[in-house]
Design a protein around this ligand. Structure first.
Ligand code: FAD
Ligand code: MG
Ligand code: MG
Length: 313
C-alpha cells in the first residue's frame, strides 16, 4: 500500500537525518552534513510552501518520473513528506492513527515516452511503479511530439493537475536560474513547476540514494551517470578502467566516495541494489566499448555528469 511505502520513505529520511555527521566525517567528509541540510530544505519547500498551496491528496499535484536517480531521490523525500503531512492532518483528532485512512492509494505520476530508452531503464520504471505505488501516465510513444505537446496531452487526460514535481537540479542544462516554484514558460502548457531538488549536487544525490538501500536503475552500476536515449548515451568516459598496458595507468576516478553509505545502509544489508541489465542492452553497450567501467557513483563532479552524452545530430 502507498501508506506503507510512504512510512518507509519517511523512515529512510529520518534515519539519514539522524546520522551523526560529525563522527562519520572522517570517512565521508562533509557530504553527509551537506546532504542533511539539502534534505531539510527540500522538506521545507514541500511541507511549508507546496502542500499548503496544492493538496497532495486530491490529484492537483502530479510527479514527473523517468526512473533516473534524481527523481528517485526526490520521490523518496516526497513520499516521506506525504506521510508527515498525513500525520499533521490528523493531529488533534480524537481517534488514533490506526482509525485514519491514508487519503491516497497511488501517487499520480507522469512519464513522457519520447526516446528509445534502454530496456533496463524501462524495466526499472515498471519496477518503480510497483514498489512506490505509482499511478503512471505514459505518453503515447512518438518521437515527433515534443515535451510541451506531450504535457498538453497529459493535461487533457488529467485536467485536475495544477502543478508537477520535477527532479531537476541547478547543475542540469538551463537549470541555473530555475526557482523551486514557478510557472511554466509561455511556450509550454500552463501549470506550476515544483522543483524542490534544485540545490542538490551529484555527491549528495548518491550519498542519500546509496544509503537508502533502495534498488536503483542497473545502468548506473555499469558506468552510466545520466540516462538518455540508446542512441545518444554512453557510459561515462571518466569511469573507464584502462587496460593495464605496461606501466600503471589509472582511471580518472578510482574510488567510490560512498563506501560508508553502502556499508551502513538503511536496509541493513551493506549492499547495493540494482535491477538486472537486459541482455540486449548488454550487447549494445559492450559492442560499443568492451572495457570495464566503474559504477556511476564513482563520479562526483557535476560538470562531468553528462560526459557520456553524444551531441544531438
Ligand atoms: P534529467 O535529470 O533527465 O531530468 C530532470 C527531471 O525532469 C527528472 O528528474 C524528471 O522529474 C523530469 N523528466 C525528465 N525526463 C522525463 C520524462 N521522459 N518523463 C517524465 N519526466 C521527466 N523546460 C522549459 O524550458 N520550460 C518549461 O516551462 C518547462 N517545464 C517543464 C515541466 C515539466 C513537468 C517537466 C518534466 C519539464 C519541463 N521542462 C521545461 C524541461 C526541463 O527543464 C528539463 O529540460 C527536462 O525535464 C529534461 O531534463 P534533463 O534531461 O535535462 O535532466
Ligand atoms: Mg538528472
Ligand atoms: Mg533526461
Amino acid at each position: 500500500m502507498l501508506q506503507d511505502v510512504a512510512l518507509n520513505c519517511y523512515n529512510i529520511v529520518q534515519s539519514y537525518l539522524s546520522i551523526d555527521a560529525e563522527s562519520a566525517v572522517a570517512t565521508t567528509g562533509d557530504v553527509i552534513k551537506q546532504t542533511q541540510e539539502s534534505i531539510q530544505l527540500s522538506r521545507r519547500y514541500l511541507l511549508q510552501d507546496i502542500f499548503t498551496r496544492w493538496d497532495p491528496f486530491n490529484g492537483e499535484i502530479s510527479f514527473s518520473y523517468n526512473g533516473g536517480k534524481d527523481c528517485q531521490v526526490l520521490l523518496i523525500i516526497y513520499l516521506g513528506c506525504l506521510w508527515e503531512f498525513f500525520l499533521m492532518s490528523i493531529q488533534g483528532s480524537q481517534y488514533d492513527l490506526q482509525f485514519h485512512m491514508f487519503p491516497l492509494q497511488q501517487l499520480p505520476t507522469v512519464y513522457i515516452d519520447q526516446e528509445d530508452t534502454f530496456l533496463t531503464a524501462q524495466d526499472f520504471l515498471q519496477r518503480s511503479v510497483e514498489r512506490y505505488h505509482l499511478s503512471l501516465y505514459e505518453s503515447a510513444k512518438d518521437k515527433q511530439v515534443d515535451m510541451p505537446s506531450a504535457f498538453k496531452s497529459f493535461l487533457s487526460v488529467h485536467p485536475e493537475t495544477q502543478a508537477i514535481v520535477i527532479g531537476i537540479r541547478h547543475t542540469d542544462p538551463f537549470g541555473e536560474t530555475l526557482q523551486p516554484i514557478q510557472k511554466t514558460d509561455p511556450s509550454w502548457p500552463q501549470f506550476y513547476r515544483l522543483q524542490p531538488l534544485l540545490h542538490w549536487n551529484l555527491s549528495q544525490i548518491w550519498s542519500f540514494l546509496l544509503y537508502s538501500g533502495e534498488e536503483v536503475c542497473g545502468l548506473y552500476e555499469m558506468g552510466f551517470t545520466s540516462l538518455g536515449s540508446v542512441n545518444n548515451t554512453l557510459r561515462n568516459p571518466y569511469l573507464r578502467i584502462p587496460e593495464p598496458i605496461g606501466s600503471m595507468t589509472k582511471a580518472e576516478t578510482e574510488h567510490s566516495d560512498f563506501q560508508w553509505e553502502i556499508e551502513n545502509n538503511y536496509r541493513g544489508d551493506s549492499n547495493m541494489h540494482c535491477n538486472e541489465i537486459n541482455e540486449n542492452d548488454l550487447n549494445t553497450i559492450k559492442q560499443h566499448d568492451s572495457s570495464e567501467f566503474h559504477p556511476g557513483w564513482y563520479l562526483t563532479k557535476d560538470e562531468w555528469e553528462r560526459a557520456g552524452r553524444l551531441a544531438r545530430k
